[in-house]
Every structure is written in structure tokens, then in C-alpha cells.
Design a protein around this ligand. Structure first.
Ligand code: DQQ
Length: 501
């Protein structure tokens, strides 16, 4: 079938035609149309943030993946650039240009990505300021798994991540060790084209369920230094079912090319966030984006004409004990409009539900500080319809020490996938015990079908909801068990759109 190749001149028209869709986010990045998954090639270069992404420009399903490309100077508003990588017939990437990263070597911007099939490492460079990319004439630069690594048949070997240290470049690959678990492999080079395999940086154990299961393939590694600690991010997949699980972090020491983790945890508890990638910006901050996948049937995604949203940019830091600290990028504050503030709102006893009647909206930022007292279950509901038929509840449950997003009644639509895999059930609830102080702080970003929650800076949860009713716009505070709870402060802003359509 001959299809017109999308170019920058058609991107605006594509965005315009999808803009009336009530589920389409307004201040999260997503492509002009069709499919997106992992963020790729994140880099801050010459004052601009470049965001590449796994993209099928022809349909809202994962197929023959290209690299889409957008650029931003303020981290908030994005401009579409031409598609950066397209699979080429007779090339190592003929079946798709899967995930990878961007670096600048001797002044030359260079993309590393996964050619499929078989899975290999390919390279592309740009000499025009990161718009047009030339594939390396000797692709693939790594054509097979290292000797002695049994990565399956066909092998699972993808998602190159690079960083520079002294005179050396290092490269990480995600893989699978048959019968053992996922693993991240470490390579070294001086020139980016000749790579020596060193050893596994870290291996998982698929038999081990504590503190959480790490699946049977490890994907999308990221490795970075904060102070004197190194942090590894890994996304875990269950190979046998193809289930994408969640992303874990490990922090510790990297000496003599050996990584020794000293702390570990789950990066995101929401069950809709995967394959994040980081960049270190020109101010020295570590910023991260992840892919927020859909929770609608494949048919509903294709009918909508778009699928996949990028998370908001998040700032990563490491606390004294080695734990990862995550917060929303402060630049997002520039989108705030129409502020509403309330304080010392008591909920409970006679009023178990307290509607914030002044507030209606599906594009909101909400910050609440709660003093729980003896109360066991309390929280915030968003996207509530006036008759209560639809609502999404953000629940703090002190008795169980958990925070969850309950989207059971978020939508009356049959197109919504409510099923959550058993593996996800385990991590869907963020531990409230992570918070040491008595006041609980929930920082919520609601953007139509997207919810992102930052819990006291220590845990994040993202979810997808698709309320069917146009009047599901209400916000309520609630207290379900115990006597009463005091919402010390409630701040709500309407959020502006980042698109000019
Ligand atoms: N998505 C990419 C792979 C990666 C996976 C393919 C993670 O490179 O391992 O689109 O979502």
C-alpha cells in the first residue's frame, strides 16, 4: 500500500484533526497521530531538549517502528521535527528501529539504536544540527550477542545506552539469560564503532520474588551518576507472556568497571509507566520521561487514531540512603492558570465526601497536604460525574500503609481495559510508609486520560482513565474510615494546553 510519508507540513493538520478527542492529553507530549511507545535519544544540546520516540507513523499499533522527533527550548512546549529514523530495506533495521540513545562524540550528534531482526546495535549521525540522520555504512556496529551469553532463540538483545567516562565510552545492552533471568551487559569503546564486551553489569534472578519480581528480560537500561552514587534503571519484562512489568532502580558504587548496588526499589507503582529514559541537561539535572501506555482495547486505540503518551518530565535525585527521589520538573508551573486555594477543610463525621464545587476540569494540577489524625482511609476523587456513576479515587490507606489509584469506576465505557496482570497487582500500591512526616502531600497532574501522582517526592504512580461522560469533571475530597481528616491546604490550577491547535 502506498501511504504518504508524514512530514512536518502535515503534523499540524494531524494534531488539529485529533484535538477534539476528549481523551487526548493537552499538556503531555504525544506524537501528531498514531503509535508511540518508548522515549529515545533524549539529549539537551545547544540549549534545546531533543525527544525522540518509538513511533509507527501509519497506525495506532506497534509495527515497523520509526524514530519520531520533537524539540523544546523550555521543557514544556514541543515542536515536531521530521521523522529521524525509518527502517530501510536490506538494512540491519529493515524490521524496525527499536530503542536507543543519543550522544555527541567529537562534536557529532550520534544515535545508537536497536536494529531488528535479528536484534543488533546500529548507529546514525547528523551533520545538520540533528534533523537529517545518516545511518553508519557498517551497521550493525554490534551484530551478535557476546560469546557465552545464551540470550534465547531468537536472541533478546537491545536498547543500547551510552555514557562517557575518562577516555572511554561505555555501552549497556538489555538481554535475557535463558533459565536465569534478565541481565544488562557492559561494553567499552574509544571510538564508538569498535566495541569490546566486558561482562554483565547486573543480572536478575527470575526465581527470586523479593523484594519484587524482576521478570525474565531486562530492557531499556539507563546508568548515571549523582554525587558519588551510580544509579541503574531497568525495565522488566516477562518473556513468556510478553507482559511489560515495571521499572526498577538500583543505586550503588561503580568502581573498576563493576557495579555494586547498595539500595534498590520500584520507580513507578502505577502499572502504566514503562521504558523511561534520562538525560543530564546543561544545568546538570537528571531529567526522565517514560512511556504511559493505553488502557483501551487495541481496536479502540486504532479507531481513535493515536496511542501512547509521554510522561511529564521528572527530576531525579538520590537521597542519603541511596533512594531515588522524583519530582515534577519546575518548568511545568508555567502552565498554571486560574488558581484556587482552600485550607483547613475538615472531612469526615457528618461529611464523608466534600465536593470542591468551585472546580470543574479535566486538565488540572492539584496539590493537597493532609493531616490524617486517626483516620484510616481518605483521599481525593477526580473526574467525578454529578451522579457518581464515574469517578477515579486516589486513596491513602494508612491501615495497610498503601496509596492506590482506584479506576474501577473511572469509566462506563466497554473499551477500557480494567485487567491488571497478577505481576502488576503486587506493585500497584505505593507504600505510604515511605513517608516519614505526619503530613501527606499528594501532587496530582490530571490531563484528560492521564493521571500522574507524586507522593511526598518518594513514590510516583501514573494511570490512564477514559471517563465516558462529558460532565465527569468534578473533584471531591473524601474520608471513608475513622473520624475526620484535615486537608491542611488544597491548591488547584487549570492547566494550559502546550499545543497551538
Ligand atoms: N520497546 C522497544 C524495544 C524495547 C521495548 C521496541 C520496551 O527496543 O525493549 O519498540 O518497551
Amino acid at each position: 500500500m502506498n501511504q504518504a510519508f508524514p512530514d512536518v507540513n502535515t503534523f499540524l493538520a494531524m494534531r488539529q484533526s485529533l484535538a477534539p478527542d476528549r481523551h487526548r492529553p493537552r499538556y503531555h507530549f504525544l506524537p501528531p497521530a498514531n503509535w508511540m511507545n518508548d522515549p529515545n535519544g533524549l539529549i539537551h544540546w545547544r540549549g534545546e531538549y531533543h525527544l525522540f520516540y518509538q513511533h509507527n507513523p501509519y497506525a495506532a499499533r506497534h509495527h515497523r517502528i520509526h524514530w519520531g522527533h520533537a524539540v523544546s527550548s523550555d521543557l514544556v512546549h514541543w515542536r515536531d521535527l521530521p521523522i529521524a529514523l525509518t527502517p530501510s530495506p536490506d538494512h540491519a533495521d529493515k524490521d524496525g528501529c527499536w530503542s536507543g540513545c543519543a550522544v555527541v562524540h567529537d562534536g557529532i550528534p550520534t544515535l545508537f539504536y536497536s536494529g531488528v531482526f535479528p536484534q543488533t546495535v546500529c548507529m546514525a549521525t547528523s551533520t545538520d544540527g540533528m534533523v537529517i540522520w545518516q545511518k553508519h555504512e557498517h551497521n550493525p556496529v554490534i551484530s551478535t550477542v557476546p560469546e557465552g551469553i545464551e540470550a534465547g532463540d531468537p536472541w533478546e538483545f537491545r536498547d543500547p545506552f551510552l555514557w562517557q567516562e575518562g577516555d572511554h565510552w561505555y555501552l549497556l545492552m538489555g538481554t535475557r539469560l535463558v533459565g536465569k533471568g534478565g541481565a544488562i551487559l557492559l561494553y567499552r569503546s574509544v571510538d564508538l564503532t569498535n566495541w569490546d564486551y566486558l561482562h554483565p553489569l547486573l543480572c536478575g534472578d527470575a526465581q527470586q520474588l523479593e523484594p519484587y519480581w524482576t521478570g525474565t528480560i531486562w530492557e531499556c537500561p539507563n546508568f548515571f551518576r549523582v554525587g558519588d552514587r551510580y544509579v541503574l534503571l531497568v525495565s522488566f519484562q516477562h518473556h513468556e507472556t510478553g507482559t511489560l512489568l515495571y521499572t526498577g532502580w538500583f543505586s550503588g558504587d561503580f568502581t573498576g568497571e563493576q557495579f555494586t548496588p547498595q539500595a534498590q526499589g520500584i520507580l513507578e507503582y502505577g502499572a502504566h509507566f514503562y521504558a523511561p529514559q534520562i538525560l543530564r541537561d546543561e544545568h546538570g539535572r537528571i531529567l526522565m520521561w517514560g512511556w504511559l501506555w493505553e488502557a483501551r482495547t487495541p481496536g479502540a486505540q486504532e479507531a481513535a487514531g493515536w496511542a501512547g503518551v509521554m510522561s511529564l518530565p521528572r527530576v531525579l535525585d538520590v537521597a542519603e540512603g541511596g533512594e531515588l527521589v522524583v519530582s515534577p520538573a519546575p518548568e511545568l508551573k508555567s502552565l498554571r492558570q486560574n488558581h484556587w486555594h482552600g485550607e483547613d477543610i475538615e472531612v469526615g463525621e457528618e461529611t464523608a465526601v466534600y465536593p470542591l464545587s468551585q472546580i470543574q476540569g479535566d486538565s488540572l494540577e492539584i496539590v493537597v497536604e493532609i493531616e490524617p489524625g486517626q483516620t484510616a482511609v481518605f483521599g481525593l476523587s477526580v473526574r467525578c460525574s454529578p451522579d457518581g456513576a464515574e469517578a477515579t479515587h486516589l486513596i491513602c490507606d494508612l491501615a495497610h500503609g498503601q496509596f492506590t489509584i482506584d479506576r474501577e469506576n473511572a469509566s462506563l465505557s466497554r473499551d477500557v481495559v480494567r485487567y491488571v496482570s497478577p505481576a502488576h497487582q503486587v506493585v500497584r500500591a505505593a507504600p505510604l510508609s515511605l513517608t516519614s512526616q505526619r503530613t501527606i502531600r499528594l501532587h496530582v497532574f490530571l490531563d484528560r486520560s492521564v493521571i500522574e501522582v507524586f507522593l511526598d517526592g518518594r513514590a510516583t504512580l501514573s494511570s490512564r482513565i477514559y471517563p465516558s461522560r462529558p460532565d465527569s469533571l468534578g473533584v471531591q475530597l473524601f474520608c471513608r474510615q475513622g473520624d475526620r481528616v484535615v486537608f491542611k491546604s488544597v491548591d488547584v490550577w487549570q492547566m494550559a494546553s502546550i499545543w497551538a491547535v
